[in-house]
Write a protein that binds this ligand. Structure first.
Ligand SMILES: [Zn+2]
Length: 419
């Protein structure tokens, strides 16, 4: 099997070697007391915060064998390899795990964005214009667009991506979208309940019947997850419960969009159903935060949405200090967040949501993996997938410190150098 040794890594983010659940503030403080501890200042514990969520190693090397990581340690003990890459003292992080995206769609909504920036409010109904453009597009057009986005994401260090349907909203079109998504990722989410389509405007219950019946039958074979946009203007909590229950009965796992446009009962529904993740959480009550903290449900923050809709940013500090597991994702979609850049989301999370750089990088890698219930990505450890990013920077802090700058130098996905 082909082996590659990446050596001379100045700062390696492993996301392991910390307590069982470091970001939740349990276990011992792993604050480094080594000679270069001052370099770890972004990791140093504050109130209720664990030491180093990133399991940081200084002066490290990683051996890749086939599609897996075979060994992690000091360059002085490194095994021989077919190929050697010298990181020249720069930082290596796990490939980003973007656990929330809507990449299969036609058209764009640049004019809507321009109007919003001029003062118009964001509402869920804009989704319908993308539905019309998506239905009008051919499979090949959607496929080419989708592959273009994935290439764009890979160039920014994203090696795992979840993709939702939700711009078809008919049995045939939703089937098409999950089928196209399944060509490029195992993390496919059936989101037939994205918005009620225009043809069911006066009969949302009839549309829910369709989603739970023929549409689910057509989409389940291509999907791992089921999701609902549980929000005023989209689906009620009762409808969301019906749809998620129907998906669970078909072997799909639940996740949920909730509390994006205002507070509601969606978060507690997600927790009650054991959802892997509930996403957005822009408006959370104290009861929501307490329910999340006592659960295994990840809260996935999507700061690109607040950026592009000018909504207030949720307070990640409040969540992390309460013991909630937090992930970060892009929510790439043509309406509310048309960025595919995880580094940009990391920068926003640090600048506007109160996360440390270490927490933001953890949430964008290991946090995303938890939101997808995956233990083979988002970490750098023997046995994990060899998904690695070499930065053009000595530390991951630069991802937030130098926003908008292309800092990704090389990317390995499944052990293959793709950049
Ligand atoms: Zn979304």
């Amino acid at each position: 099997m082909n082996t590659t040794l990446i050596t001379g890594i100045g700062e390696l983010t492993t996301n392991v070697g910390s307590p069982a659940d470091p970001i939740r503030g349990r276990g011992p403080d792993l604050r480094s007391d080594s000679a270069d501890a001052s370099a770890d200042r972004d990791d140093v514990s504050g109130s209720g915060r664990a030491g180093d969520p990133c399991g940081t190693m200084r002066d490290a090397a990683v051996l890749v064998e086939g599609d897996r990581i075979a060994w992690v340690g000091s360059p002085h003990d490194a095994p021989d390899a077919d190929e050697v890459v010298d990181a020249e003292g720069r930082a290596v992080i796990p490939g980003f795990v973007d656990s929330h995206s809507h990449l299969v769609f036609g058209g764009d909504r640049a004019a809507e964005f321009e109007a919003r920036m001029a003062g118009q409010r964001y509402a869920a109904g804009g989704i319908r214009s993308t539905v019309a453009a998506t239905r009008a597009a051919t499979d090949d057009e959607l496929r080419a667009r989708l592959r273009g986005f994935l290439d764009e994401m890979l160039g920014q260090g994203t090696t795992t991506v979840e993709i939702k349907s939700g711009y078809g909203l008919s049995v045939a079109d939703e089937e098409r979208l999950v089928r196209l998504a399944a060509e490029v990722t195992p993390e496919v989410t059936f989101l037939g309940a994205h918005v009620v389509p225009a043809e069911y405007a006066d009969d949302s219950e009839g549309y829910v019947d369709l989603v739970c019946g023929d549409m689910l039958d057509a989409c389940a074979p291509y999907s791992r997850w089921i999701d609902v946009f549980c929000e005023t203007g989209a689906f009620t909590v009762a409808q969301s419960r019906r749809i998620l229950d129907a998906g669970i009965a078909r072997g799909l796992r639940p996740r949920l969009h909730a509390s994006q446009l205002g507070p509601g009962d969606g978060v507690r529904l997600a927790v009650e159903l054991g959802a892997a993740s509930v996403d957005h959480g822009t408006y959370l009550t104290d009861a929501d935060v307490a329910a999340l903290a006592a659960s295994d449900t990840v809260l996935t923050l999507l700061p690109g949405v607040e950026f592009s809709t000018r909504q207030p940013y949720p307070d990640a500090r409040r969540l992390i200090d309460a013991g909630v597991t937090v992930a970060l994702a892009c929510d790439t979609n043509p309406g509310s967040s048309f960025t595919s850049s995880m580094p940009f989301c990391v920068a926003l999370a640090v600048r506007d949501m109160g996360m440390t750089p270490a927490e933001a990088v953890w949430s964008a890698t290991a946090g995303g993996a938890r939101a997808l219930r995956r233990d083979d990505v988002g970490i750098i450890a023997p046995g994990a997938r060899a998904d690695l990013v070499l930065l053009k920077a000595p530390t991951r802090i630069h991802l937030a410190y130098r926003p908008g700058v292309p800092l990704v130098d090389r990317v390995w996905k499944d052990g293959i150098a793709v950049r």
